[in-house]
Design a protein around this ligand. Structure first.
Ligand code: SF4
Length: 246
């Protein structure tokens, strides 16, 4: 796993060498210190950090270098899945870009899958192949990233998130946020948890939790699609709802 703050993910009172070597030796007890150190040097090469930094402490390295080391440790044991929790949030955009490129390169070389967690939608749309949008602890839409890039989102929450992204290439429009606040997870609203903020919310949304609907390119948890699945709720079409809210 790669955590969002490399400074807190690394042990501040241990050298980089000790932290990488420990990873190998705690998972592969038969590995000698010498062999583990050689593997540590290889890992640093892989993330383009000179081996002289093996003797450094985390505070002696830049934010980008620390994050590269956390990535090196995460892939040390050749996992098939790496979970990355906002791996570039604390970094400036230039370093962020270079780290993302490097992650993609490593993924190609080593063939692991990545579960990338982020609040930065534009980054996700560019980086991911498939996107799962979560609201109040549930996946409300699961779609191909290309579908979302093409503006073919389905869930009203996804729509709200995409509307809030500033565009550089489109004509100037006012950015609209999503009104209200996320719910208290210990006291979720009845029915659809998004209903207090949803412009399409109808009476049934306040009572019944929506089912997950399989559409052509996405899975969506929303009553608007009940009619698509032949559900028994007499639901107005999305277009009608859109018109009535604009
Ligand atoms: S189920 Fe209703 S409230 Fe929830 S997202 Fe769909 S339309 Fe909005």
């Amino acid at each position: 796993m790669v955590f969002q703050s490399a400074m807190t993910a690394l042990n501040p009172v241990m050298t980089i060498e000790k932290q990488i070597v420990d990873t190998f030796r705690s998972h592969r007890p038969s590995m000698s210190y010498k062999e583990a150190r050689e593997r540590a040097v290889d890992l640093l090469k892989l993330v383009r950090i000179d081996q002289k930094y093996l003797s450094s402490y985390p505070h002696e390295l830049s934010g980008g270098m620390r994050q590269r080391i956390v990535i090196a440790i995460a892939i040390a044991l050749e996992p098939s899945l790496v979970i990355m929790d906002e791996p570039t949030t604390a970094l400036d955009v230039v370093v962020q870009r270079s780290i993302l490129n490097q992650i993609q390169e490593l993924q190609k070389q080593r063939g692991f899958a990545i579960l990338f967690i982020s609040h930065d939608f534009s980054l996700v749309a560019e980086f991911a192949q498939r996107v799962a949008i979560m609201y109040a602890g549930r996946v409300v839409e699961n779609a191909d990233a290309k579908t979302l890039q093409l503006g073919q989102e389905h869930h009203p929450y996804t729509e709200g998130l995409l509307r809030a992204i500033p565009r550089l290439t489109h004509e100037e429009v006012e950015i609209q946020g999503i009104p209200g606040h996320p719910p208290d997870l210990l006291n979720l609203p009845k029915g659809c948890a998004y209903h207090p903020r949803c412009p399409f919310a109808a009476e049934a949304c306040k009572q019944v939790r929506p089912a997950l609907h399989q559409l052509a390119h996405a899975l969506v948890e929303c009553h608007l699609y009940d009619e698509v699945k032949g559900g028994n709720m007499a639901w107005p079409s999305r277009q009608t709802l859109s018109k009535s809210t604009t």
